[in-house]
Design a protein around this ligand. Structure first.
Ligand code: GLA
Length: 380
C-alpha cells in the first residue's frame, strides 16, 4: 500500500486531466461538457494499485468504462457505454447508470401507501402494457449528482450525493441519498448506498452496468457461464410484472444454481423466456439474511475473466441485452448488438409496493436504506 499512502498525501494534486501522468492509486477529474440545462458534468478516472481503472461521470453516476485483466494480464474495458456525454444525453438504455428511485417496474405506475394512491410516469410498455420503469422519465440516471473524489487504504472512490425532492417523478418525500463507488486494490467495484426520507416512500436503487467479460466490443455473451444462487424466480406476465408466484428454477432454463452457459437454454420453448424475449427476470436469492454474500458469478472461457457479484439485497435482475439491436453506437464506434451484454442488478423484487408479501421496499422517516453491491474481477 506504499503507493497509495504516497498518493493520499498528494490527493489534491492528483486532480489532473485523465490521461496525463495517470498513476496507480489515483483519482483524476476532467470537465466532460454540459447537460441541455447547462449543468456542468465531470468525468473521473479512478486507478487502483493494480492498474485496473474505471471512468465514472457525475451525470447519472454512470460507469463509462471499467477495465479488468484477462488470464494473461491483458486489460479490456468490460462495460458497454459511450465515448461522449452527448450520446448519454441523447439515448441510453441505462448503460452503467444508477437507477432509482425505484429500479425495475411498478405495475401501471401506481401504488397505494398509507391509504394514499400515487401515480408515477408510465414510461415503458413491454408486451403493450404500460408500466413505470427505473424511476420514470427523468430518473436517477438522468440527473447530475454532487461528486467528490475519496481515497482510503486499499481503495479509490467517488462519493455521490443528491436530495431527490418530494414529488420528483411522482414519488413522495425528500429522499437524501449518498452512494460511494470504490475501486479496490482487490479489483472490486464496490457500491454502497444509503438513504433517508422525510415521508414514507418506496426505494429500490440499483446499478445498471452492461458487462461483457470479453470486452465491450467483443460480441455476444451467450458463451459466458453464469451461476446465480437462486432457487426461485418471480415469474412475470406479458407486461414483465411479477404475477406474485414464486417458481422453482429446478428443471427449467432458469436453473443457474451451478455454472451454466447462458446460450445453452436461452432459446428454449418457455413462456417466461418468450415474455422476456430471453432472460429478463428477478432471481430470488436463496436464504437471504441481509448480509453481504456471493449472489452470482459470470465467467468468460475465452478470456478467462470472471466476475463475482456480492450483495446485501434479496434479489438480482438478470437481463442479457435482449433489447439491444445495434442502434446504440458506443465506444470506438462499436454498435452494440442483440445479447452482447449481461446486466446483474442487485435489488428488491419488481413491483414490491403492490405485493405486501414481498420484502418491503418502503422507507419511513427515522429509518435508513442501506444496500451494498460488489462486482469482483479475477481471471483463471
Ligand atoms: C432492465 C429491464 C429490461 C430493460 C432494461 C433497459 O434491465 O429489466 O427489461 O428495460 O432495463 O433496456
Amino acid at each position: 500500500m506504499a503507493g497509495l499512502v504516497a498518493a493520499l498525501g498528494a490527493c489534491s494534486a492528483m486532480v489532473h486531466a485523465a490521461d496525463e501522468n495517470r498513476s496507480l492509486g489515483s483519482i483524476a477529474k476532467e470537465s466532460w461538457g454540459k447537460t441541455s440545462d447547462g449543468e456542468s458534468v465531470d468525468l473521473y478516472t479512478l486507478t487502483n494499485e493494480r492498474g485496473e481503472d474505471t471512468r465514472v461521470t457525475n451525470y447519472g453516476a454512470i460507469v463509462v468504462a471499467l477495465t479488468a485483466p484477462d488470464r494473461d494480464g491483458k486489460f479490456a474495458d468490460v462495460v458497454l457505454g459511450y465515448d461522449h456525454l452527448d450520446d448519454y444525453l441523447k439515448s441510453s438504455p441505462y448503460f452503467g447508470a444508477v437507477v432509482g428511485r425505484y429500479g425495475n417496474r411498478i405495475a401501471a405506475g401506481r401504488f397505494t401507501l398509507d391509504g394514499k394512491t400515487y401515480q408515477l410516469a408510465t414510461n415503458n410498455a413491454p408486451g403493450g402494457v404500460p408500466c413505470h420503469l427505473h424511476g420514470g422519465n427523468k430518473g436517477f440516471d438522468k440527473v447530475v449528482w454532487d461528486a467528490k473524489g475519496e481515497m482510503k487504504d486499499g481503495a479509490v472512490g467517488i462519493r455521490f450525493h443528491r436530495v431527490s425532492p418530494d414529488g420528483e417523478e411522482g414519488y413522495p418525500g425528500n429522499l437524501d441519498i449518498t452512494m460511494h463507488y470504490w475501486l479496490t486494490d482487490q479489483n472490486e467495484f464496490r457500491i454502497e448506498y444509503a438513504a433517508t426520507t422525510d415521508r414514507a416512500t418506496p426505494v429500490n436503487v440499483t446499478h445498471h452496468s452492461y458487462y461483457n467479460l470479453g470486452g465491450h466490443d467483443s460480441g455476444t455473451i451467450l458463451d459466458h457461464e453464469l451461476m446465480i444462487a437462486a432457487d426461485h424466480i418471480t415469474p412475470v406476465d406479458k407486461g414483465l410484472i411479477p404475477t406474485g408466484a414464486f417458481t422453482p428454477v429446478a428443471g427449467t432454463p432458469f436453473d443457474f444454481t451451478s455454472p451454466t452457459v447462458i446460450g445453452s437454454r436461452v432459446n428454449a420453448d418457455d413462456t417466461q423466456l418468450e415474455y422476456g424475449l430471453g432472460y429478463d427476470h428477478n432471481f430470488v436469492l436463496s436464504r437471504w439474511d441481509g448480509k453481504l454474500r456471493l449472489a452470482a458469478t459470470v465467467y468468460d472461457p475465452q478470456s478467462g475473466r470472471q466476475m463475482e457479484v456480492l450483495t446485501t439485497e434479496p434479489a438480482i435482475q438478470f437481463y442479457c441485452g435482449n433489447f439491444l439491436d445495434g442502434s446504440n453506437v458506443g465506444k470506438g464506434g462499436h454498435a452494440y448488438a442483440y445479447r452482447t451484454a449481461i446486466v446483474l442488478e442487485t435489488q428488491h423484487y419488481p413491483d414490491s409496493p403492490n405485493h405486501p408479501d414481498f420484502p418491503s421496499t418502503i422507507l419511513r422517516p427515522g429509518e435508513e436504506y442501506r444496500h451494498t453491491c460488489v462486482y469482483r474481477f479475477s481471471a483463471r
